[in-house]
Write a protein that binds this ligand. Structure first.
Ligand SMILES: [Zn+2]
Length: 169
């Protein structure tokens, strides 16, 4: 959970994956949160609430994030039969953990929120805590969004130019 920074990563991945629809790239960057929603529906993980310390090791723990990233890559490989696509989807899944590692514990948004677990509930918590302040959160969210959008738009222009050149030949 780090808001729009994951969206930024999905957008920024476009030049590495020009043939994958950007919606898929963005979805993959949010993949760990989709896993979280599944565990939430099952009652195993919960949204941070004021005064309640909740960690979500099954979706957001480092160990499980690696597992989900590999699983996503394997599924992408089965569907597309393209190893490059599979690696990009796997890396995007793992980018979610890296962004959350930078931002957690995000106490400016959820007071009392914990860091990320390395393994499961009884393991150490990690995180650089950039979202301990609202300023840090805003700078990172909007800064990455500006960069991600810039890269995405630049890539679209470049791809269109390439297409045009190809049809003119
Ligand atoms: Zn998350």
């Amino acid at each position: 959970m780090a808001g729009i920074a994951h969206l930024s990563v999905g957008l920024a991945a476009k030049p590495a994956a020009p043939r994958i629809p950007v919606g898929i790239l963005i979805l993959a960057a949010y993949g760990i949160d989709i896993v979280f929603l599944g565990f939430m529906a099952a009652g195993l993980e919960h949204f941070p609430k004021e005064g309640v310390v909740v960690s979500a090791p099954w979706s957001h723990g480092l160990f499980m994030a690696v597992i989900w990233s590999v699983v996503a890559g394997v599924i992408a490989n089965l569907i597309t039969k393209d190893q490059r696509t599979a690696v990009i989807i796997g890396l995007l899944f793992f980018s979610h953990w890296l962004v959350d590692f930078i931002s957690h514990p995000m106490t400016a948004i959820f007071p009392g929120a914990p860091g990320l677990k390395v393994f499961f509930h009884d393991s150490p918590e990690v995180g650089l805590g950039l979202y301990r302040t609202q300023l840090g959160a805003n700078l990172f969210e909007y800064g990455t969004l500006a960069v991600g959008l810039g890269i995405y738009i630049f890539t679209l222009i470049r791809l269109r130019r390439k297409k045009k050149l190809a049809t003119e030949e």
